[in-house]
Design a protein around this ligand. Structure first.
Ligand code: GZL
Length: 324
């Protein structure tokens, strides 16, 4: 009988030791050591401009650094494609989803499906107008802040007197709504600062040029400033101003948001007057957030990016250090 008890004790001890060893071998984020790499679905809204390419690269490169398998989908600026991509990621049973939503509305049902499937969703660079419970966190800039800082710069550099043409971003997108709101928060306090023309250029360089051409045709002699919701549209507008026969940065002051390298070059060239940064380098933070979700932790519903302000006089000393 004694030998039998000793044998049983030895078996129990062996089971305990191996189970502790196995648990210690778990990958970060709670997956069992025997699981393969974490699989992440990344739904990108489009790939139409430099800022977006930089964001995509940040998410893709960091996945490689962390050993994740990344499933990437470019929705080509069609929200229905994004919803279908997220639905497909859910069906594939990914461990996490990174979503850069084209617009604020319409994502509720598919986010609910991800929640029901127990898959954390991290929003990057644009927010959705849905219940906060439907996403783990939003990682992105404060667009109202960006618009307000630009409004202050324009007021400062024009002495509070300007007829302004505005190139808006994608209709219904969080940055478009809030960059307009922030800019108006400031210029509406100046009686002689007025937006005389405002139209979407869809954050796109070509469309930005086309809309600026139309603005110049209509009011070319009455535009003092063009406020662009992103650098790509500003670069298109600069081309249009030159072809119209005016000097961008002097005859018509040009201001934009993002901080891509081409914008710094445009400031060095004297064509662009100031930039408020909006970093696209969100990959590391997106994965930090997913890893927190896998550990069962919570994060604030908004992890705000830190952005800088750059005047034309700063550009030459900064351009070499720009990462995107
Ligand atoms: C901002 C991002 C915007 C950029 C544009 O977070 O959503 O979309 O400012 C891009 O350049 O198209």
């Amino acid at each position: 009988m004694k030998k039998r008890n000793l044998f049983l004790l030895a078996v129990i001890a062996l089971v305990l030791i191996t189970s502790v060893a196995f648990a210690g071998g778990q990958q970060e984020g709670g997956a069992a050591a025997t699981d393969g790499p974490k699989v992440i679905g990344f739904s990108q809204c489009d790939s139409q401009q430099a800022w977006r390419w930089a964001e995509t690269e940040s998410v893709q490169n960091e996945a490689k650094v962390r050993g994740y398998e990344l499933k990437y989908n470019d929705a080509q600026a069609v929200q229905a494609n994004q919803i279908a991509a997220v639905r497909s990621f859910i069906a594939q049973g990914v461990d996490g989803i990174v979503l850069a939503p084209q617009v604020m509305t319409g994502f509720g049902p598919v986010l609910q499906e991800a929640k029901d499937a127990g898959i954390p969703v991290v929003l990057v660079d644009r927010l959705v107008a849905e219940n906060e419970d439907l996403y783990f966190t939003f990682i992105g800039s404060d667009f109202v802040w960006e618009g307000e800082r630009m409004g202050e710069i324009v007021a400062e550099e024009t002495g509070g007197k300007a007829r302004i043409a505005e190139l808006q971003g994608t209709p219904g997108a969080d940055p478009t709504i809030d960059r307009k709101k922030g800019f108006e928060n400031i210029i509406n306090t100046y009686p002689d600062m007025n937006i005389i023309l405002s139209q979407t250029g869809d954050f796109n360089r070509t469309k930005g040029k086309e809309v600026m051409e139309a603005f110049l045709k209509a009011e070319g002699e009455n535009i003092d400033v063009v406020y662009c919701h992103n650098d790509d549209m500003a670069i298109g507008a600069i081309q249009a101003i030159k072809e119209y026969g005016k000097v961008p940065g002097k005859d018509i002051l040009v201001y934009s948001i993002d901080g891509i390298k081409d914008a710094f070059q445009a400031m060095v060239d004297g064509d662009l007057n100031a930039v408020v940064e909006c970093t696209p380098l969100l990959g590391p933070q997106a994965y930090d957030a997913l890893e927190a979700a896998w550990r069962g932790e919570t994060l604030p519903k908004w992890v705000m990016s830190e952005d800088g302000i750059f005047l034309q006089k700063d550009a030459a000393s900064v351009i070499a250090s720009r990462k995107y």
